[in-house]
Design a protein around this ligand. Structure first.
Ligand SMILES: Nc1ncnc2c1ncn2[C@@H]1O[C@H](COP(=O)(O)OP(=O)(O)O)[C@@H](O)[C@H]1O
Ligand SMILES: Cc1ncc(COP(=O)(O)O)c(N)n1
Length: 275
């Protein structure tokens, strides 16, 4: 029998969401759905459901570093995604681990959950700005995170350019500014400061959007691990997350998850228009 070749290996460094819609759980489901081998470094455990985050316990930096070394030194990774990092100490530790690693890094600078619960200590913002964003291949802030990190407030589509310039000034190679929280189409801007790619999808009338940002960032990392270019990986990820949002379902009595398995259930991806 011919030995099967291994799928691309992708690592998520993020928090656990006990409800299974966001965080590590969303990341691993997305990575599997996109044909890659997902691996995880857990930074924090949250007690979370459709109503919100009921408790969060960051792990010691030694536990985060040990997980990372165990995976990277033996199995190896072809792309990394970071999500909830909880504290300044963990942001510093993760940035230090990523700096010498020669693979694409997608940084989702998670600050606050959909329910408004803090997932990052306020005193960690400087470490995100000056340690983590400089090691990012792609940074994927939502509009609240743009404001937290740069002071820029976006109220309409034209503000996405100003937001991207402010994020790029902090050092990532590419900025993907997610306009998901603006009214109208779900329009995101991807730019490296030279080229611009506008990704437009229809706004889906579905309140079950828990985990959108984690899903998008993990899908980008999966594409990069499979050697796609950044614009190709982001376009494919936008189609995947649009399909997942359109299939999002009610669970519990609050905000339900996007459906990471929509393809398994016969659902299609979205078809974002690129500009
Ligand atoms: N209702 C919606 N319909 C279609 N796309 C959406 C909707 N809400 C968010 N998106 C898209 O989902 C992705 C994640 O964005 P967003 O929800 O802003 O991230 P976050 O989870 O970090 O707040 C973006 O591509 C955004 O445009
Ligand atoms: C562990 C963890 N990581 C990230 C999010 C953000 O996801 P959302 O913005 O959809 O609440 C979350 N709620 N929990």
């Amino acid at each position: 029998m011919t030995p099967r070749s291994a799928p691309p290996r992708v690592l998520t460094v993020a928090g656990s969401d006990s409800g299974g819609g966001a965080g590590i759980q969303a990341d691993l489901k997305t990575m599997l759905a996109l044909g890659t081998h997902g691996m995880s470094v857990i930074t924090a455990v949250t007690a979370q459901n459709s109503l919100g985050v009921h408790g969060a316990w960051p792990l010691p930096a030694t536990a985060v570093i040990a997980q990372f070394r165990a995976v990277v030194d033996d199995i190896g990774v072809q792309a990394v995604k970071t999500g909830m990092l909880a504290s300044a100490e963990l942001v510093e530790a993760v940035a230090g681990l990523l700096r010498p690693l020669d693979v694409p890094v997608v940084v989702d600078p998670v600050g606050v959950s959909k329910h408004g619960d803090a997932l990052l200590a306020h005193d960690a913002l400087d470490a995100v700005r000056h340690r983590l964003l400089p090691v990012a291949t792609v940074a994927t802030p939502n509009l609240d995170e743009v404001t937290q990190l740069t002071g820029v407030t976006v109220t309409d589509e034209s503000g996405l350019r100003t937001a991207a310039a402010a994020i790029l000034a902090l050092g990532p190679q590419w900025a993907l500014i997610k306009g998901g929280h603006l009214p109208g189409d779900a329009l995101d801007l991807l730019t490296d400061g030279i080229t611009e790619h506008w990704l437009r999808a229809p706004r889906l009338d579905n309140s079950h959007t828990h985990g959108t940002g984690c899903t998008l960032a993990s899908a980008i990392a999966a594409g990069l691990a499979a050697d796609r270019t950044v614009p190709d990986a982001v376009a494919a990820a936008k189609d995947y997350v649009t399909g997942a949002i359109s299939a999002g379902f009610a669970l519990g009595s609050g905000i339900g998850p996007v459906d990471h398995g929509h393809r398994l259930r016969g659902g299609g991806d979205g078809a974002a228009v690129l500009g």
